[in-house]
Write a protein that binds this ligand. Sequence first.
Ligand code: CP
Ligand code: NVA
Length: 303
Amino acid sequence: MTRHFLTLLDLEAEELAALLDRAAVLRAERGAPGARPLAGKSIVILLEKASTRTRLSFEVGVHELGGLPLTLISKDTQLGRGEPIADTARMLSGYAHGVVFRTFGHDRVEELARHATIPVINGLSERYHPCQLLADLATIRAEHADLRRVRVAWIGDGNNMAHSWILAAARTGLSLRLASPERYAPAADVVGLARSLGADVEVVTDPREAVAGAHVVTTDVWSSMGHEAENAERARAFRDYRVDAALMARAAPGAMFLHCLPAHRGEEVAAEVIDGPASRVWLEAEYRLHAQKALLEALFGAQ
Ligand code: CP
Ligand code: NVA
């Protein structure tokens, strides 16, 4: 059966832990001559939304593992002119060895995976952004070896990143508190799924309650891609959900700040935090490369 990576639940807890260990090794060994498990293989990066980090980290990562990355911007393809996803999946399976897909509804990633005979990696859907969590967890692991002892506070929109953190809690044992305005709370079925797997996840509305004692404070844009028309309404709803120095002061001493980027200083995060000593966002962005190389090795290395 073809192995896909659509959500963090596609990795068992032990596989995820091994992948995070491998990401740290790949970071330490970067530049040294290594195995090239993707030699002779082509990976398509198919984008229906903008991307800087996801595109670059996969392009560089595939290249460093010896493969050929091919980025397709959907609007320049027949998919962008209405060619069915199923046909795209069948066709890509004949050319390439894997595909990274960034899209709108999560059903679109699932449909690509259903019809592809090559591994599909979710490069972000409206529901989940699992590749980002690999990097985020690897960044935390650089300071906290045991994720089961880590408390994470998510502040803001109950979006694809929030949902991915919720599944991360299920797969790693970290404790998660999310603070969102009621209307923008994470989806109840995602919370329920994680809890059914034993995750320690709590949803509140007060950011101060969420950050109390947290080792990691993280947030994301107030309007995700595809929600730009709601900017004004969301800016009002999230007014009290900015991560600033006063909020960080309520977290555990030495707490780190994470953000998947791109960030909007003065909106979801104050410049004093993202550009201050608690911020690990550049290491986090760098870990996209190492963590995805570890993922690519796991999916394609043994083929
Ligand atoms: N964090 C992230 O996925 O960044 P891009 O949108 O630039 O790919
Ligand atoms: N939640 C954001 C993440 C961007 C990397 C979005 O979907 O636009």
